[in-house]
Design a protein around this ligand. Sequence first.
Ligand code: FMN
Length: 387
Amino acid sequence: MSTTATEARRALEPNEFRDIIGRFASGVTVITTLDSGERKGTTASAFTSLSLEPPMVLVCLNSASSTGRAIAAARRFAVNILAEGQASEAMKFAGRDPDKFAGVAVVEGEHGEPLLADALATLECSVTEVVTGGTHYVFMGEVERAAARGGAPLAYFRGKFGRLELAQDEQAFADIRAHVLSREIEIGEPLDLDELGRRFGCLRSPVYHALSRLTGEGFVTRNADGAFVVRPLTLQAVQEAWRARCAIETGVAALSVGRVPESTVTELRALADAAAPAPAASFKLDSWLPAYNAFHERVVELGGSASLLDAYRRVNAPAAILSVTQRQMELQGLDREQCVTAFGHMCDLVDAYERGDRAVAAEAIRRHEEFASEVAVRFMDSQGGEI
Ligand SMILES: Cc1cc2nc3c(=O)[nH]c(=O)nc-3n(C[C@H](O)[C@H](O)[C@H](O)COP(=O)(O)O)c2cc1C
């Protein structure tokens, strides 16, 4: 090991160590026990499974922890693995409140240890061995009884509570979004989270998060009873979204036309070419749309601001209308013709970048907005004003 690394090791201060070790993400538990019949509990993240046969776990508690001292005497403890909504319990059991259990729903384990009723999982353990490491007791316990329920865990990372973003969340979001946009669900009808979970093979919490994200996108809202309901897309909302998009693109063009290198213009040209509609026989709106979006988002990226791009994505009117209406549009056979016009606007914009002409760029963006807005009015009218 180099001298510098050795010195760095020797010089490690408690705060530095906390900062470094805090990068190891963990779940959060509340460890409980009985101290001569009195309930004790502490929040602990230094918990891990140790062996499968026999089933064993390990927990590290500071020797100054009253729960730790009680476990050393009682030689029993219970582990409550907290669920994602239980950050307040984690804070409560990390504090010095003399009655940490007040207001917390608890059931008794077989040997009387308090088990948190809303925990994601509970394990009742008997201590098989205790060793001391630095300031901490290391309790090894054999698991005698255990129970678990569905749900997501509370996560802890760099001193903050959070939730684990599972790949399942993204899948659930994509599935539920497509379902909502397909208009298979009646507008205004309360959504049943459990039923959606069953349908898409996921737990309730990814469904909840998917619906919250869709609320942010404006496709779903809450009714007076607090239930999630599908929201109609109104002509006004669509036109506002187009205006917002146009304003963002115009601003970006004012900042970037004439200031981007030739390689960027070439890149824009290639992106526009990729959005040239295929011949009518093989044209598919759903394969054209990503190319259209990729071009426009690349233009907005030239503004050099991630939050602007984020705002642009959120007011993605064409994606919204086309996702909702794609099927109807295809049925009406209107799709390709409009895409050819939109492609023409993209080419005009690339030409403006090539010539460094801001006025031409602004004009291409304005013409596209005007055209798209007209298409939206015609289409929404034919659908009774909202979809
Ligand atoms: C997220 C989090 C994780 C913690 N993990 C541990 C741990 O693993 N071991 C420990 O001894 N203390 C841990 N603590 C600190 C104890 O919860 C805290 O010192 C508590 O006041 C001890 O309570 P007691 O004396 O009633 O047992 C943690 C605190 C928080 C907020």
